[in-house]
Design a protein around this ligand. Sequence first.
Ligand code: GLU
Length: 447
Amino acid sequence: MKVQDIMAHLEAKHPGESEYLQAVREVLESIEEVYNQHPEFEKAKIVERLVEPDRIFTFRVTWVDDKGEVQTNLGYRVQFNAALGAYKGGLRFHKAVNVSMLKFLGFEQIFKNSLTNLPLGGGKGGSDFDPVGKSDAEVMRFCQAFMYELWRNIGPDQDSPAGDVGVGGREIGYLYGAYKKLAREHSTGALTGKSYGWGGSLIRPEATGFGAIYYVERMLKEKKESLKGKKIALSGFGNVAWGAATKATELGAEVVAISGPDGVVEIKGGMDKKMIAYMLDLRASGKNIVEPFAKKFSKVSKFTAGKKAWSVKCDIACPCAFQNELDEKDAKQLIKNGVQYVAEVSNMGCQPGAIAAFQAAGIPFGPGKAVNAGGVATSGLEIAQNAAHYNWTSEEVDAKLHKIMNDIYDMCVQYGKEKDGSINYVKGANIAGFMRVANAMLAQGTI
Ligand code: GLU
């Protein structure tokens, strides 16, 4: 396999799908050497098969807004790869959603899910529906209309969507209600991220953030350091940033920044429980702005419009919001300000130039597909509980999540250790994720 040739072919075939091409290039560059040591992969054309989704559904979603006006959006589900299990991955509701974005997310999901060591294939879906400023009733009607189309193609042994940007517990509830009615089945494993009490798992809302901080803890331990007293800058203020802020604070770190599309809030001395809880209110307001946080906690925090979290001095930087949110310029500013660790919690949160800058400066960089895998891992645990008609306690779920994150970390080190002793976590995650999928594809024949 030659990365250049595969990429040239894909660029010609999928022009303009820049995010998808970016995600594929990163994986191929990481695995090239190992791949070429396995002639059986080349013979079975594993890479050529892996880069194309099994199928993509695109559908119209028509719903009626509160003014009685008819609205039309596009809905999608990319079923990317099912070598390891039924398709699994979130639904994203965001105005910028398109096929390229969902293909990149679906592609990443294959390797991330593989890293969890659970039986999960890779998929992703969503819509260009913009939840900002929509009423609860509008969100419900949209979710129901979305499910009219999708319900036939999901199920616990087929495809199990979850939340992602713009899709949280409320949306999963509405989606599941519609699914149950259409499928005439209380088949809880068809969606994850459900509320506790009717199929949801304890710790699922916290899981992505908790898992990320468990991974960061290991990155620090590698250098004989701990989170105690470390300053962390997070971007975003949604579910993922909330979980990370909770665990980081519990382990003694100071969360010194959160951010939104409107700007950044700098927090002196880190966050307390009240501030962390207020992040949930901010998100629930549906306005997608972070400024009210600085107004509410004005004694210790300051809002700066138009600035990113990366302008705040920190020891650890964790993008938790959106893809490509941290660029090379941001990376250089963070390095200048003395950042010591970077862990991507959002999928593909850092641009390639930023990752290269961190790596060149010798700053350990944890890639999204490993760092944020705790979310989908806990979705896998939710499906297991659903199948067993049984609920584990918070402690049980958290212990399993912690173990999975430790195992992921160990695999990244195993496959990512360089000759000079440094750890290339990007390479490690990509190779470890790829090997499981490739071997399963080989075993299942050319199909
Ligand atoms: N959207 C999350 C992710 O990017 C969770 C997916 C899931 O739980 O299926 O991994």
